[in-house]
Design a binder for this molecule. Sequence first.
Ligand code: CTP
Length: 615
Amino acid sequence: MFNLTEIDKKIFNFLLDVKKYFNLNVEFRVSGGWIRDKLLGLPNDDIDIALSNMTGTDFVNYIKKYPNKNGIIGKDYQVALNAEKSKHLETAGIDIFGLKIEFVNLRSETYGDSRIPTVEMGTPETDAFRRDLTVNALFYNIEIGEIEDYVGGISDLKNKILRTPMDPLKTFNDDPLRMLRVLRFQSKFNDFIIDPKIIEAMRNPEIREAYKKKVSTERSGPEIIKMMSGKDPSKSLEILFDTDLYLSVFQINKEDIHEDGIKLDQKTKYHKYNLMTHTVEVIKNLNNIMLSNNEDPKMRGVMNIAALFHDFGKMKKGVQQPHPKNEGQMRYIGHEIESAKMADNILKSIGIGEEDRNIVNKVILYHMAPHSSSDWGNKGIGNFLNKTSIPGKEDKYPNLWKYIFYHAQADNMASQPDNYDDIKQQQMFNRVNDFINKPSGKFRGSVLDGNDLMQMFPNILPKTGFIRDFMDIVKNLQYDGKIDMTGVDEKNIPIQIKEQAKKELLKIVEQNDLLEKYTMEKKTMFQNWYKKIKLSQKEDIVFGPSKQNHKYQTGERVRDRRKGLAIPQEYGIIEKVDGDNITIKWYRKGKKDPIREKFNALEDSIALNLIVAEI
Ligand code: CTP
């Protein structure tokens, strides 16, 4: 048994007083997770009371009529249920001694096609059997002070097993969300094992279909958050993937992904495992790293969610490309962009809020960046920090960069575990950390803005891109300590700092003849800057890459940047590179065939400015 707290005792005595005063024919049983947690020695003040012979609303009305209630009860409320139309499900809550206590009658339920059951008054036994897990189906009878166990919940708790009171097919068919609940309890109580019959039921395509049909999408979100914030979500996730239940929970259309789905054989020298094992291992590692650094549990959950989706894009049809040089191998250029998109759509549909989604998005988009961070100079580090901060939320989430590094570490450990280089990883992390601790580290922008630069160099056209390039030079000067950034406030930059920056910038411009270079480029850029491009389906067109020295390669994805704007629904895949002639197939999202009509007029084509989309 377990010990009641003082407050538990006071609440229970109060309920018995109300019963006595009105001479009610009612029994009180605490039900659900409260008993489970008490038996496990965990705190839980979420007291749900199951009533015999009476609805929750009726009993709360008695409490309100009880004369000696002053100073004991607070506000009362109706509890919204999916089955609220059913008279027998009237659940009501009221604050007693400061705790929210919920009351509902014992039930016996039959479910038809929807999640909404037909409900009748039940006995403790019928009520226990209609619950999700035996360990959640225990009662504490407050009058006799004893636990009542109709389903073997106590021995399952002792043996640490998660089991359904009835055949799991029946329990899950009644409410398929329970499959996700089982996984989240497994993640919370990570030393529990799941009854193999449960896993077998999850593999049943009809049950997975029932999930899609009966569970409204936004109910999955809170369960996913709880699951990913548990002590160790990796095992639950493995089951979610292995049983294919993830397809139903995340509403993934099988047509859109590789036939092996998450079990995709990655076929690359960078990965030892298939996609599923890799993802599970990343989560296991990341969760451990977050735990051992004592990171906020909520952030740990969000980071685990990012890890769950970080490579999802690799499954997407069209993202897997044969490696042009290494026979039999695949590559996944730009998979992080696809992963980020998939994650955002899925998370939105299951009701995850924008703030969490923004974090997930940043982590996924930049999860590859730290892998090449040994090549970064100060500017590279500054750019990384800029890109990985959330506009307007820089102060709330100053450590996103750090979490992305943790993710990269977890990712590396799960890619080629035998070659994992802990020291290199630590050195890269330290470089960014040192950078942040310098006075310039907090200041991410350039102290000179576009206006300053145009005033300084009235003869250079903005079209040459000099503003961006010169700002980069200024940022480097800041990072290198050539401009003293101590205490400089981004919103209010002192004149003398700007003057110092102008002086240093002019030195660099003169030393490198930049003035001449950019003025000349103005003349030549429209003549020499283009390469010939052939759309495989149509006529030749001409384009200018935004990165002049970029070497285009087959398989690479490119975007059209006419008028400076990338058109997100469209992209090209480079088919052939032959000197300056490049053949590209042009696609529109969601269409299998290349679109041909795209560039009819040569005029259109001339303005086409391709950027490499996924570098
Ligand atoms: N329950 C169920 N099926 C569901 C939801 C809930 O059988 N789909 C039952 C379980 O017996 C559960 C109880 O209702 O214990 C209360 O539900 P809830 O408060 O969601 O879960 P707890 O078990 O209390 O878990 P926790 O509060 O720790 O999340």
